[in-house]
Design a protein around this ligand. Structure first.
Ligand SMILES: *Cc1c(COP(=O)(O)O)cnc(C)c1O
Length: 395
């Protein structure tokens, strides 16, 4: 691969490996193992594995390697390790780095399973965790200690779409030598500039925009060669969270079109947000790409002004209105994935964020009327017509 390639060229050709048949489309190497020519070659490979040499699919596989190299090229990371799900990526990124006595500072606005790892898993093994309001740099600064080993946050929070200042937090964290781990799903790999902003480790659930068609679970951790091969890989390859070659193949093909898809989805999301802003049935229209977003300067600096593919609507009539709205929609599907080609609508209070207490939801701004819309690839005019008709039907 040529370093000077632009994004779309990297996404189509980056990381390709061809077999002796010189196939055009990337092959699925559906194999757990690899044959050695001799006993001596087996011995040598267990000591050191070359760039196109493999031992066992839990350690690495050619199709998985194509996915890792292609997403690393997109993110501008030195290296990547693919995982069986987004949660295997979050767990691996943190657990491989930490030990008893370490301290972690985390934003409190987290996806439920991320919160579980920080609150219920790491703490069981003697890691102390402090939660802060991710948008408040003062709180990050106050929480740092000499033994702070890592900081963790979702760069754009779910479902209230608050943006965390990666450069600001990284500056504070690096002051005490802590590793900055960013769950970057809502920012998407297309709009991400996380590593240039100061993130040391970037994590994606590939289940979202990388697949982009709602088919497979997967994830990836990106970072320096030292971290990926020295810290993360030994943990992942021995604990079993490796990605299936079949899913890796879907993600390799997903990356070919991700730039086109995510840009189209973000363009639609902006049009929908602009069309709905100020609608009498809505208390708030939240979209980071809107000029009215509270953090528009940060969105400009960190995401090139792009607001992502998700918007949230706060309906005035609470849960009753939110449910009636979901039921009245004919195009967006009621489900809980995001980044899919199909628009998906979610009521966080009763589904994804049901397990939080009322007080926690209130603190995070997750009201009973809040609805999250993941914008798909449908025509935005059709989506706007469907949404405005559903809102009008609320009376
Ligand atoms: C979906 C999601 C995850 C978990 O990914 P899975 O692939 O479902 O395991 C983690 N973080 C964020 C922000 C997500 O949206």
């Amino acid at each position: 691969m040529t370093e000077s390639w632009k994004t779309r060229t990297k996404l189509v050709h980056g990381g390709s490996r061809r077999s002796q048949y010189n196939e055009v489309s990337e092959a699925i190497f559906m194999t757990q193992g690899f044959v050695y020519d001799s006993a001596a070659q087996a011995e040598a490979r267990f000591i050191e594995t070359g760039p196109d040499e493999f031992i066992y699919a839990r350690y690495g596989n050619p199709t998985v390697a194509m996915f890792e190299d292609r997403i690393a090229a997109l993110e501008g990371a030195e290296d990547a390790f693919a995982t069986a799900s987004g949660m295997a990526a979050v767990n691996g990124a943190l657990t491989s780095l930490l030990q008893a006595g370490d301290h972690v500072v985390s934003a409190k606005a987290l996806f439920g399973s991320c919160l579980y790892i920080l609150e219920n898993v790491l703490t069981r093994y003697g890691v102390e965790v402090t939660f802060v309001d991710g948008t408040d740099l003062e709180q990050w600064r106050d929480a740092m200690r000499p033994e702070t080993k890592a900081v963790f946050f979702e760069s754009m929070s779910n479902p209230t779409l608050e943006v965390v200042d990666i450069a600001g937090v990284a500056d504070i964290a690096h002051g005490v030598g802590a590793t900055v781990v960013v769950d970057n799903v809502f920012s998407t790999p297309v709009f991400s500039d996380a590593i240039a902003q100061g993130a040391d480790v970037v994590v994606y659930s590939a289940t979202k925009h990388i697949d982009g068609q709602g088919r497979a679970l997967g994830g990836v951790v990106l970072g320096s060669k030292d971290y990926i091969r020295g810290t993360l890989e030994p943990y992942m390859k021995h604990t079993g969270g490796s990605l299936s070659p079949f899913h890796a193949w879907m993600f390799v093909k997903g990356l070919e079109t991700i730039e086109l898809r995510v840009n189209a989805q973000a363009e639609s999301a902006l049009k929908i947000a602009q069309a709905l802003e100020g609608h009498p049935a809505l208390a708030r229209t939240i979209y980071p790409g809107l000029a009215s977003h509270a953090q528009r300067d940060l969105v400009a600096r960190q995401l090139g002004g792009k607001g992502g593919t998700v918007l949230s609507l706060d309906l005035k009539g609470g849960k009753t209105s939110a449910f009636a709205f979901l039921d009245a929609l004919t195009i967006p599907l009621i489900s809980n994935n995001l980044g899919d080609a199909k628009s998906i609508v979610t009521h966080p209070t009763t589904t994804t964020h049901q397990r939080l207490s009322d007080a926690q939801r209130k603190e995070l701004g997750i009201t009973d009327g809040l609805v999250r819309l993941s914008v798909g690839l449908e025509d935005s005019d059709d989506l706007i017509a469907d949404i405005t008709r559903a809102l009008a039907s609320l009376g």
